[in-house]
Design a binder for this molecule. Structure first.
Ligand SMILES: C[S@@+](CC[C@H](N)C(=O)[O-])C[C@H]1O[C@@H](n2cnc3c(N)ncnc32)[C@H](O)[C@@H]1O
Length: 280
């Protein structure tokens, strides 16, 4: 079982010290996911390098099945020690029999896939009746909660706000932001029933995160000094271990409130946890 009380912020800052805003987003995501149960057998659809499974399922036996189309990521996944089996596969053509899994987990994947319908169909096909589909994606509020969007919209520059959000979509390769109601419809079409849609990354944290993406050079047109400092090309200079410790110590304190903040009841956040059950 994942542990909701673990300090995911410190763990993730240590892993993603070279891109701290990525650590902040993913730490909030893990804190949200840690409240869920992940039934076995479990498929991690779009597992990437396995870092999320490594942290979320820490201390558990290596019983997860993982798949990802991207070889470079997939090759790193065995090292995380959480997978019983890994396979190169696209979400729209899963190489597993019908009803193989009690759970399908997909973290920060579906927003990057241009044609989503075949992937949802496949996730539903490989799930057993009663099985759970657990997904995290950016939410329908993501664009309008960006600091750059809000700043422009506040002075009536709606065209500028839209252009800003579109540039973020392009940089992060996001294809869509369905609302909970739209998720309900899309999931229903493949025989899945939405049981929970929970927003995470509240407005204040979104504001900080969007600014930090610029400051730390995650958006390439931001000030790229930190990106340069953290570049693998400069590893041989030997200072990056100190930089990493400094990031973990400093941002572990400075970003603590943003990490721990919950989305208010009836409020929205930039991330959305979607949980659905396969109809029997
Ligand atoms: C942002 S990464 C997330 C990786 C991992 N789930 C995590 O949380 O660290 C997005 C992943 O989606 C994978 N992906 C992209 N298109 C896909 C598709 N059509 N089917 C399955 N995975 C896909 C990519 O290869 C990449 O590893």
């Amino acid at each position: 079982m994942p542990d909701p009380n673990r300090d995911y912020l410190t763990l993730l800052l240590d892993q993603y010290w070279f891109a701290p805003p990525v650590a902040l987003w993913r730490a909030v995501e893990l804190r949200t996911l840690a409240a869920e149960t992940f039934p076995r057998p479990l498929l991690d659809l779009g597992c990437g390098d396995g870092l999320i499974a490594q942290v979320l399922f820490a201390g558990e036996s290596p019983d997860v099945v993982g798949c990802d189309p991207w070889w470079a990521q997939l090759r790193q996944a065995p090292q995380c020690g959480r997978y019983a089996h890994l396979q190169q596969a696209w979400g729209g053509a899963l190489p597993y029999p019908n009803a193989q899994f009690a759970g399908v987990f997909s973290n920060s994947v579906l927003e990057h896939i241009p044609d989503l319908a075949p992937v949802l169909r496949e996730a539903a096909r490989v799930l057993r009746p009663g099985g759970r589909f657990i997904v995290t994606v950016p939410s329908d509020a993501f664009r309008r909660l960006l600091a750059g969007y809000r700043r422009r919209a506040a002075v009536g520059d709606f065209a500028g706000a839209e252009a800003y959000a579109t540039a973020v979509d392009r940089r992060l390769e996001h294809h869509r932001y369905p609302s909970p109601a739209e998720w309900t419809t899309m999931l229903h079409a493949v025989g899945l029933r939405l049981t929970r849609a929970r927003y995470y990354v509240p407005a204040e944290t979104m504001e900080l995160w969007d600014r930090a993406n610029g400051d730390y050079g995650v958006y390439e047109d931001g000030r790229p000094f930190y990106r340069w400092l953290a570049s693998p090309r400069l590893r041989r200079w030997g200072y990056q271990l100190l930089l990493r410790h400094w990031i973990v110590r400093t941002l572990g304190k400075r970003w603590r409130c943003a990490y721990e903040l919950d989305v208010p009841a009836d409020g929205v956040g930039g991330g959305l946890l979607v949980v659905a059950v396969k109809e029997g």
